[in-house]
Write a protein that binds this ligand. Structure first.
Ligand code: FCB
Length: 449
């Protein structure tokens, strides 16, 4: 058995919009996801976050479930529209009180809270002023960070500033599947990504001031990739893919600025007029490179890259397997080991936390009420083994958060994709821990795999 370090953190993760519901109570204002859900066709099953898992009301039960599972930490996000409903300005005490109660409940149960400040539910009122494409939003985010870290910083010691800048940028402004649902607008995608990262950089010193004994970092979603063949075309396509999926965020966070090769690709493709990045102000790169305590990474799958347009390309010698989750994402645990080792070799962060890893499978309760999600157990088993191998190679991995505690609102897919360790019956809102939850409890108890 590989024994994880004694202080290794085993957690579960969720996000506000995906589980809370209660969208119009206690002063919460509309978020960009409430708005997107109203757009016909935007959500696969025509649902929304109005009720979700009703975690806003049922959180004590959810804390109890986590406590039975024996998790050491819970990563959740705070909904900005609950805290500052007007985006910037007055604080809504009722919103703060909700998270304050949750934090107290967690601590009483011996579970450390890990707060994500931004997991995609921007107040719509800020979107009306340009959202993340407007530089002011980064400063509004800093003000919101000030408010919430003051309120919770005495009890919350782990802070994630931003969740997944790539998704915010590409899904929000290129393929348009995520809020604000804009398509094929590279200038907006790039400026939104920049302002999100600027927000991260502005937030770090605020957290440091308000939570001197805390730790802070950003979470990026990374996709390790390899060329389908060793042809020049495939290798170049791979460089191109890696440039925007991974390096575009890692490089600035680690003080290297934006990757020049990828900027040149954007210009060459006519996606931006020139290599001057108009949103980039003097000093921004220093701000973004704020010294943080850990890097959060979310890992789901890898990519095998083929240049489909290349003529006479070499035959592929790497192909994706057909072992896929309900998302159509290949199950590829080796990718997690590889990306962790690459981070250590290329960027050398002080610490790394896997802030999300998990899989969607539809498994429902059987006649005896048991949810036999063996595929999910296999997924977690493989990926936690990958973490163990990375640690053996010297990667400073300190935490692993399974995505997700509950089946929940999977963004543009609605409730059709079930990522939970706990099954949620959306008619009754009853929760049933799946076999994977019991398996995870046993793993945590043993502290190894
Ligand atoms: C990540 C998101 C998370 C969840 C998983 C499946 O990109 O951070 O909210 O949707 O994917």
């Amino acid at each position: 058995m590989f024994k994880f370090p004694d202080n290794f953190v085993w957690g579960v993760a969720t996000s506000s919009f995906q589980i809370e519901g209660a969208v119009d109570v206690d002063g919460r204002s509309e978020s960009i996801w409430d708005r997107l859900c109203k757009r016909p066709g935007a959500i696969a099953d025509n649902t929304n976050g109005d009720v979700a898992c009703d975690h806003y009301n049922r959180w004590p039960e959810d804390v109890k479930i986590m406590s039975d599972m024996g998790v050491g930490a819970y990563r959740f996000s705070v909904a900005w529209p609950r805290i500052i409903p007007t985006g910037r300005g007055a604080t809504n005490q009722k919103g703060i009180d909700f998270y304050s109660r949750l934090v107290d409940g967690l601590l009483e149960a011996g579970i450390d809270p890990c707060v994500t400040l931004y997991h995609w539910d921007l107040p719509q009122i800020l979107e009306d002023q340009g959202g993340w494409t407007n530089r002011d939003t980064a400063y509004a985010f800093a003000d919101y960070t000030e408010t919430i870290s003051r309120a919770l910083g005495d009890r919350v010691k782990t802070w994630v500033t931003i969740n997944e800048p790539w998704c915010i940028s590409v899904l929000g402004y290129i393929n348009g599947e995520h809020a604000p649902g804009i398509k094929n607008d590279w200038p907006k995608a790039l400026s939104a990504a920049h302002h999100v990262m600027l927000g991260h950089g502005l937030a770090v010193p605020i957290i440091r001031d308000n939570v001197p004994d805390g730790e802070v970092g950003i979470t990026v979603n990374l996709v390790p990739n390899e060329p389908a063949s060793q042809s020049g075309a495939d290798r170049d396509a791979c460089r191109h893919f890696d440039g925007f999926f991974n390096r575009w965020y890692l490089d600035p966070v680690f003080g290297r600025g934006y990757p020049a090769d990828r900027v040149a690709d954007l210009v060459k493709a006519g996606e931006i007029p020139s290599s001057d990045l108009p949103f980039l102000h003097k000093g921004d790169l220093e701000t973004i490179a704020a010294d943080s305590d850990f890097l959060g990474i979310n890992y789901y799958s890898r990519a095998v890259i083929r240049d489909e347009k290349a003529e006479n390309n070499d035959p592929p010698d790497v192909v994706s397997t057909k072992n896929e989750t309900d998302m159509g994402w290949e199950v590829w645990p080796l990718g997690l080991e590889q990306i962790l080792v690459r981070l250590k070799d290329d960027y050398n962060p002080k610490a790394i936390q896997v802030t999300e890893n998990g899989c969607a499978y539809a498994t429902a309760p059987n006649a005896d009420g048991i949810v036999e999600d063996t595929e999910r157990i296999a997924y977690f088993d493989g990926h936690i083994r990958a973490c163990a191998k990375a640690i053996e190679q010297g990667v400073p991995l300190t935490a692993y958060y399974a995505w997700s505690l509950l089946d929940n609102f999977e963004w543009a897919f609605g409730y059709e994709k079930r990522f939970g360790l706990v099954y949620v019956d959306y008619d009754t809102l009853d929760r049933t821990p799946k076999q994977s939850a019991h398996w995870y409890r046993d793993l945590i108890q043993k502290g190894g795999i």
